[in-house]
Ligand binder design. Structure first.
Ligand code: BTN
Length: 259
């Protein structure tokens, strides 16, 4: 797997230090451990199988062995910590680019703010970015993509909510090729972000939004709120128009589609 990825990799930095594990709890945790030692910008940690894959808000992430992409990228971005939430949108755009490069028809491919990728209302990928403050700050961007999973590989709980590339295309996809394209897309998007072009990434996420124009509910500072998602702010926050026509800016949290 390692040779197959490195042979296909066309990046300057991301993934040149590549660590592949047969089994770990969570690749995000492995990346954090490595960062606390002497882990470098762009190191990538891939698991053939995760036993404790994590999603946002304490949820678990299912990743059947050798079928899907489960990886984490260690970043030491020379930007203010306050800007690092945008790295989730950087990763989302990179996952979008990667999946689009395999699909004949990208119509159903959407980015659900802030961290999910959907195909025709089913989740195909998720991102878990974690910011750590230690001697200096670092970020671990964890990405899970359902590539060759079959429905029976998922628990009954998520089976009807998830879809894989194989499920869409009806054929197995080369995992090493998916990883190489993902790391290439990620590096391109990350370079744009570092060059101050975050606006382009936010605009891309807005243009391919799963939520835009749809009624959503979310947990506000004082209780549950609802409204229509109308787009993203330049900072990458979700803009929601309430029924009284006021606009709310949602910086983080979970969003549920009502329709
Ligand atoms: C979510 O759906 O909330 C995010 C899912 C993120 C899953 C990936 S798989 C690789 C990395 N390691 C983890 O434990 N989580 C992320």
């Amino acid at each position: 797997m390692k040779e197959a990825i490195l042979n296909r990799l066309r990046t300057a930095v991301i993934g040149h230090k590549l660590h592949i594990f047969d089994e770990v709890g969570s690749t995000n945790d492995v990346a954090v451990e490595r960062a606390r030692a002497d882990g470098e910008e762009g190191e990538v940690f891939i698991a053939r199988r995760q036993t404790a894959g994590r999603g946002r808000l304490g949820r678990s992430w299912e990743s059947p062995a050798d079928k899907n992409v489960s990886l984490s990228i260690l970043l030491r971005p020379p930007c203010a910590p306050a800007e690092t939430p945008l790295l989730t949108l950087v990763a989302g755009s990179a996952v979008y680019d990667t999946l689009a490069s395999f699909l004949n028809d990208t119509d159903g491919l959407k980015l659900k703010w802030p961290n999910d990728v959907y195909f025709k209302d089913r989740k195909i990928a998720g991102i878990l970015s974690e910011l750590h403050f230690e001697k200096s700050h670092f970020v671990v961007v964890g990405i899970g993509i359902d590539v060759n999973a079959d429905p029976e590989d998922f628990s009954l709980e998520v089976r009807d909510l998830a879809v894989s590339l194989k499920g869409i295309l009806g054929k197995e996809i080369d995992l090493a090729e998916v990883v190489a394209r993902l790391l290439g897309s990620f590096e391109r998007r990350y370079q744009s972000f570092l060059k101050g072009q975050a606006g382009e990434i936010v605009a891309f996420c807005d243009a391919h939004s799963h939520l835009k124009g749809r009624r959503i509910s979310f947990e506000g500072s004082n209780g549950n709120k609802s409204g229509v998602a109308i787009g993203l702010s330049p900072q990458g926050h979700l803009l929601v128009k309430k029924d009284d026509d006021t606009i709310l800016t949602v910086a983080s949290g979970d969003v549920i589609l009502c329709s």
